[in-house]
Ligand binder design. Structure first.
Ligand SMILES: NC(=O)c1ccc[n+]([C@@H]2O[C@H](COP(=O)([O-])OP(=O)(O)OC[C@H]3O[C@@H](n4cnc5c(N)ncnc54)[C@H](O)[C@@H]3O)[C@@H](O)[C@H]2O)c1
Length: 253
């Protein structure tokens, strides 16, 4: 028996990294999963593998900054499965630079994808969750919410996500809907590979340097984050809402 048997989940940014690992774990736990991403090809290739393995999943293109695309995708899930129980707001981008070099565009892009995207998806999903008196919203924040050099945009968006999460918890609790956030530290994904490339550092060297400050002595993997997301998304987390769980191999990295 899976921990998400009978549930229907939507994961944003599911074509790779943490979103992909979460979609895979959810499907293995018995959920029917809608993998969404602005990169449809990536989401489709994971979906095909899941379907080939006998799981129930489908992919649809969603740019989370588009209210229309978000609402259409939620509509598609409802048409297909008649319900939406779990929303994972995971889609993300970085546009790092020190404040004196940060452009308006870098600021807006990051705020739009992380914060406005999570707002659009949460608003669209909660309508159906409230109707059924059941829902789990899990938002992906970051240790950067605590402050990180070169990330005024990203840290503000990730801190904003924590505020959004707590307010969703306050407003939706009475309708059986919980909202929580996971805040990953350093996780080996394309996002951190891109950061290393931008800095002109070999990825293995980059990881080795970061690991020096991680108490458990290794970098995080997407599956580490997916496991924490799964807990918040499960039945057993019914009395846990408005929380932020740091998944960083220590208090922060
Ligand atoms: N990797 C880390 O160290 C780390 C640490 C803390 C938090 N996070 C957060 O975890 C989440 C996943 O990150 P990841 O490391 O797997 O990154 P990733 O770059 O591997 O994956 C991000 C996914 O989001 C998708 N995406 C980007 N813009 C989108 C949009 N407008 N609409 C829909 N999808 C979009 C991308 O296509 C990609 O598939 C992000 O929110 C990120 O900020 C990552």
């Amino acid at each position: 028996m899976g921990r998400l048997d009978g549930r229907v989940a939507m994961v944003t940014g599911a074509s790779r990294g943490i979103g992909e690992a979460t979609a895979r774990r959810f499907a293995r736990e018995g959920a029917r999963v809608c993998l969404t991403d602005v990169n449809l090809e990536g989401a489709l290739s994971t979906t095909r593998q899941l379907v080939d393995e006998g799981m129930d999943a489908f992919a649809t293109r969603v740019d989370v900054t588009s209210r229309t695309e978000v609402e259409n995708a939620v509509g598609e899930i409802i048409d297909r499965y008649g319900r939406l129980d779990i929303l994972i707001n995971n889609a993300g981008v970085t546009r790092d630079s020190l404040i004196y070099k940060m452009t308006d565009e870098d600021w807006r892009t990051v705020m739009n994808v992380h914060l406005t995207g999570a707002f659009f998806c949460s608003r669209a999903a909660q309508r159906h969750m409230v109707e059924r008196n059941y829902g789990r919203i899990v938002n992906v924040s970051s240790t950067s919410a605590l402050g990180n050099r070169g990330q005024t945009n990203y840290s503000a968006a990730k801190a904003g996500i924590q505020g959004l999460t707590k307010t969703l918890a306050v407003e939706l609790g009475r309708y059986g809907v919980t909202a929580n956030a996971v805040a990953p530290g350093f996780i080996e994904t394309e996002m951190t590979r891109d950061t290393a490339a931008r800095l002109g550092v070999d990825f293995d060297d980059f990881v080795a340097e970061r690991v020096k400050s991680i108490p458990v002595g290794r970098a995080g993997w997407p599956e580490d984050v997916a496991a924490a997301i799964l807990y918040f998304a499960s039945e057993e987390a019914a009395f846990v809402s408005g929380q932020v769980l740091y998944v960083a191999g220590g208090p922060r990295d």
